[in-house]
Design a binder for this molecule. Structure first.
Ligand SMILES: Cc1cc2nc3c(=O)[nH]c(=O)nc-3n(C[C@H](O)[C@H](O)[C@H](O)COP(=O)(O)OP(=O)(O)OC[C@H]3O[C@@H](n4cnc5c(N)ncnc54)[C@H](O)[C@@H]3O)c2cc1C
Length: 362
């Protein structure tokens, strides 16, 4: 029996497991390793925060999915890989041998080295920590969300809407180092800022947090902002595990893979999702949509590796649809430089997200 280890229950691995439910790979023993039995789907985080979804609706039971796929599930966070000995090490000091390994471990949160962030920011990653963080932020008097990208906007706006519905006093403040949705055209960033301000949120742009103390942060313009709960959503950062392994990484520490999702030097090592950089497309966003689209290529190529079949290549799309949930059942749809705001956008998002996650639930 050959050993395939899937590390992390990210989007692409969900697809691989789903395929294995019906099309098992003969002569291969599969193990899924992840720190939690559950995978939480980030596309539904904002809807959960606003109270539209229950926890059960947005999570996938990895142990059960693995069992249905004929795979074992073991709890463990991988901390390093030895590509020569073909072994993995976990946080608990265990060692796992593999013939083929695939990584879909997501990313970490950037900026956590800001003094005080590790101590005072509510941890969100890995994603199973999200529910606890939201519970705390809902109850807090003053909530501060840091990060003016899609995640920061969605979570601050959804928290604001939830708190209004539950007649909670106290303000939700969103702080962004640049303009909101910085990579978009100015027309879009201004529209978003205006919408959030209209809802009564305190939005502060072009302010970088330089220090965090117990109940306040200091910004680059020497302002002090008080908080009782702090959520840090400043974008992705490479996980440490590849930096601690003898593997090719880009300058940020993401695993470098070919278009077949394999490491060139070690073709028995695969990767997908936020944790990789494609050598031929190094600039694509770290977004769930790419992790989802890589799933079918990853499954076919893992199978082809064992069966000496033909490999597929992953070609990322130039533009992708993203819909931000901005509270009160409103969505903000973005496609390239197009934007559309309203209830219809939220309903499209709801349909896409619920259909996605249902495929992997019991
Ligand atoms: C609040 C928020 C909202 C977002 N909303 C959207 C959205 O609407 N649309 C969108 O496209 N993107 C969204 N994103 C970005 C999206 O979450 C990521 O791009 C996406 O989750 C990446 O998917 P992935 O498959 O790479 O990994 P993930 O979905 O992060 O899954 C990683 C898995 O690996 C496990 N893991 C982590 N470390 C280890 C380890 N060391 N060993 C073993 N297992 C490990 C985790 O527990 C988890 O099971 C959002 C992000 C946030 C923070």
């Amino acid at each position: 029996m050959q050993k395939l280890v899937l590390v992390g229950g990210g989007h692409a691995h969900l697809h691989v497991l789903n395929q294995l439910r019906e099309n098992q790979i003969k002569g291969v023993e599969i193990t899924l390793l992840s720190p939690s039995k559950y995978q939480y789907y980030s596309g539904m985080f904002s809807g959960y925060t606003e109270g539209f979804y229950t926890e059960d609706q947005m999570k996938v039971d990895l142990e059960q999915l693995a069992a249905e796929a004929g795979s074992a599930w073991l709890q463990g966070a991988v901390t390093s890989v030895d590509p020569v000995r073909k072994t993995l090490r976990t946080e608990q000091g265990e060692s796992f041998a593999f013939d083929v390994v695939s990584f879909d471990v997501g990313s970490m949160m950037a900026g956590m080295k800001t003094p005080g962030a590790e101590t005072y920011a509510l941890p969100i990653k890995p994603n199973f920590r999200f529910v606890e963080a939201v519970e705390e932020a809902r109850r807090a008097q003053r909530v501060l969300v840091v990060g003016g990208g899609a995640a920061g906007i969605e979570i601050s706006a959804s928290l604001h809407a939830w708190r209004q519905k539950h007649e909670m006093h106290g303000v939700v403040t969103l702080v962004s180092a640049g303009p909101l949705l910085e990579q978009k055209k100015q027309r879009i960033t201004s529209k978003m800022e205006h919408l959030l301000q209209q809802k009564g949120m305190d939005v502060r742009t072009n302010e970088t947090i330089t220090r965090i103390d117990k109940n306040s942060v200091i910004t680059s313009t020497d302002q002090s902002i008080g908080f009782d709960a702090l959520i840090w959503l400043t974008g992705p950062e490479a996980p440490d595990l590849f930096k601690h392994s003898d593997l090719p990484v880009d300058e940020k520490g993401y695993l470098l893979v070919e278009n077949t999702l394999q490491v060139g030097e070690f073709p028995f090592i695969f990767g997908a999702g936020d944790c990789i950089t494609l050598i031929n497309h190094p600039d694509i966003d770290k977004a769930g949509v790419y992790a989802v689209k890589q799933g079918p290529v990853l499954y076919e190529n893992l199978k082809a590796f064992f069966e000496n079949g033909k490999k597929e290549t992953f070609v990322p799309q130039n533009k992708y649809l993203s819909i931000l949930s901005i509270g009160n059942g409103e969505g903000f749809l973005l496609y390239g430089n197009l934007s559309l705001h309203g209830k219809i956008a939220w309903h499209i998002k709801k349909r896409i997200d619920t259909n996605f996650v249902k495929q992997y639930q019991a």
